[in-house]
Design a protein around this ligand. Structure first.
Ligand SMILES: [Zn+2]
Length: 245
């Protein structure tokens, strides 16, 4: 009876005014920041993971998903959050943007496994496999995409809070994770169509400060070759300038 009265109270006209009884202020704020509803949680529960959790924590991003197997299903994107013993800048490292570029996924899985928070200055957010489905399928474009060729996740940004799996994840990454970090590394290789030699890439952006910071980050990889992309209308890569050192 008590439960019924509680429910009636919240479905009554004007119940919206009572909404604070349903959601804590912190939870409401986190939902407003991430309107897609995606969250970073512990890897084995739905408990939300604060970004400043000390040490190394295995985590996952939860994506609501509905198909013929489950109406209220969830897709999990594995992640590893590392807050170093010393404060500093923060970096997001991602792999598996294209599911057939497995070297990048292995590299970040090794990094996540081996990294010792005692040696880290600042924060690392490591996402070794952006799409488990694409990785399992060895597919450049994600099989869960709506097009006949799947979704090219690299073209899904900035995403949409009401998009498909790729759109939701892109929205979460660009609206929640990007603002939280100083630098983003998105690791690629040639996939099943190309053989790539070690190289670092960046896009030319109009903001001088950001462009210089990107240049510095790119050169920090100490590769013999770098690629610089020029974009047209934010969607088409028109030209690539390759520099050899
Ligand atoms: Zn790629």
């Amino acid at each position: 009876m008590q439960r019924l009265q509680h429910l009636q109270q919240h479905v009554a006209p004007g119940a919206a005014a009572e909404e604070e009884n349903w959601l804590s202020a912190e939870r409401r704020a986190s939902l407003e920041e991430a309107p897609s509803g995606l969250r970073l949680t512990l890897h084995d529960s739905m408990e939300e993971l604060p970004m400043d959790a000390p040490g190394k924590t295995w985590a996952r991003i939860n994506i609501p998903y509905s198909d013929n197997r489950a109406g209220w299903g969830t897709k999990f994107v594995p992640a590893c959050l590392v807050n170093g013993d010393q404060p500093g800048q923060s970096a997001l490292l991602m792999a598996g943007n294209h599911g057939d570029e497995y070297e990048t996924e292995i590299a970040l899985m090794k990094l996540a496994r081996d990294v010792d928070p005692a040696t880290v200055v600042g924060r690392l957010i490591i996402i070794p496999v952006l799409s488990m489905d694409a990785a399992h399928a060895f597919a450049r474009c994600w099989p869960e995409g709506s097009g006949s060729e799947g979704t090219n996740f690299n073209r899904a940004f900035p995403g949409a809070p009401d998009g498909d799996t790729a759109g939701l994840l892109a929205h979460y990454i660009s609206h929640v994770l990007f603002p939280d970090v100083d630098v983003v590394f998105d690791l690629h290789t040639g996939g099943n169509s190309m053989a790539m030699f070690p190289c670092a890439h960046m896009h030319l952006l109009p903001d001088d400060e950001q462009r210089n910071a990107m240049l510095e980050s790119m050169l920090a990889f100490l590769t013999d070759t770098v690629f610089i992309y020029m974009d047209v209308r934010h969607t088409i890569t028109l030209g690539v300038r390759v520099a050899f050192f």
